[in-house]
Design a protein around this ligand. Structure first.
Ligand SMILES: [Zn+2]
Length: 234
C-alpha cells in the first residue's frame, strides 16, 4: 500500500487520492490549479513522464507524517465499500486473468482457489471466496491500494480532514472544495462529452454478486469505512 497525497502551496490544500475514486480527474484538476493550464492527460510537457499518474509535478507528499506538517486544508473522495470492492474484484479477477495482464492480486487469488480445488467463475460464490481471502488479511491482497480499507489509505485516524466527500455525489463535493479553496473552476472530466467522471457500473451489479454472506463479509472487512464515511450497512 502506498498512500497518495498531493499538495498545492498557493491555495494551501492537500488531497488524498483513492484509486478509482476520480483520482485521474482530481490530478488533472490539481495540475490546472497549479500551473494555470491543462495537462491534457498524455505525456507531461513539464516532466516528460507518460500520463498524469506518472507526472511528478503535483507536489506529492511521502506519507501522512509529512502531510501532518502542513497547516493546509485536507480533502479526499471515497467510495461506497460494497461497490468499491466489487469493482476491484471485477477489474482484477474477472478482467485480470488474461496472460498479458496477470496482476499480483489475480495470482494470489488463483493459487488460493487451486488449493481449494475450485474454479474461478463469474458468480456470487467466487466473489465470496475472494472476500474470505481478503478478510483473513492476506499479504499482497488485503493491503493492496484498491482493497485496503479507505480509512487506512487516507490515514483517517491519524490526520484531521477538512472534508471527505463521496464519489457518488462528486459534483456536489467538488462545489464545496472549490468554494473552500477559493478556486474558480471545477473538476475536469476524462470524457469531454460528459459533465463528470465516468462512474464504474459496479454499483448496479450488487444484486448479481451479493448474498447475505457476502454483505456480512464486507461489513466486517470495511467496518471502519462504514463508520467513518457514514455509508449505510446492508
Ligand atoms: Zn509532470
Amino acid at each position: 500500500m502506498k498512500r497518495q497525497f498531493f499538495k498545492n502551496d498557493d491555495n494551501k490544500f492537500i488531497i488524498a487520492t483513492v484509486p478509482k475514486c476520480a483520482s485521474t480527474s482530481i490530478k488533472l484538476w490539481m495540475y490546472q490549479v497549479q500551473f494555470g493550464e491543462k495537462h491534457g492527460g498524455g505525456v507531461c510537457k513539464r516532466c516528460n513522464n507518460n500520463t498524469i499518474h506518472a507526472c511528478v509535478c503535483l507536489g506529492e507528499l511521502n506519507d501522512h507524517e509529512e502531510v501532518a506538517r502542513y497547516p493546509y486544508k485536507l480533502y479526499s473522495i471515497v467510495k461506497d465499500p460494497y461497490s468499491r470492492i466489487l469493482s476491484t474484484y471485477i477489474n482484477k479477477i474477472e478482467d485480470g486473468g488474461t496472460p498479458s495482464n496477470t496482476t499480483k492480486v489475480y495470482t494470489i487469488f488463483e493459487n488460493y482457489m487451486k488449493g481449494l480445488g475450485k474454479e474461478i467463475k463469474k458468480d456470487k460464490d467466487t466473489f465470496g471466496s475472494f472476500l474470505k481471502l481478503v478478510a483473513v488479511g492476506t499479504p499482497g491482497l488485503s493491503d493492496e491500494n484498491h482493497i485496503i480499507p479507505q480509512t487506512e489509505l487516507l490515514a483517517f485516524d491519524k490526520l484531521s480532514y477538512t472534508h471527505v466527500g463521496r464519489f457518488e455525489t462528486i459534483g456536489d463535493e467538488f462545489e464545496k472544495i472549490k468554494k473552500q479553496t477559493e478556486i474558480g473552476f471545477g473538476l475536469p472530466s476524462k470524457d469531454k462529452t460528459k459533465g463528470r467522471p465516468t462512474p464504474t457500473n459496479a454499483g448496479d451489479k450488487l444484486d448479481k454478486y451479493y448474498n447475505r454472506e457476502n454483505f456480512d463479509l464486507v461489513n466486517k472487512i470495511y467496518i471502519t469505512d462504514f463508520t467513518n464515511f457514514k455509508y449505510k450497512m446492508r
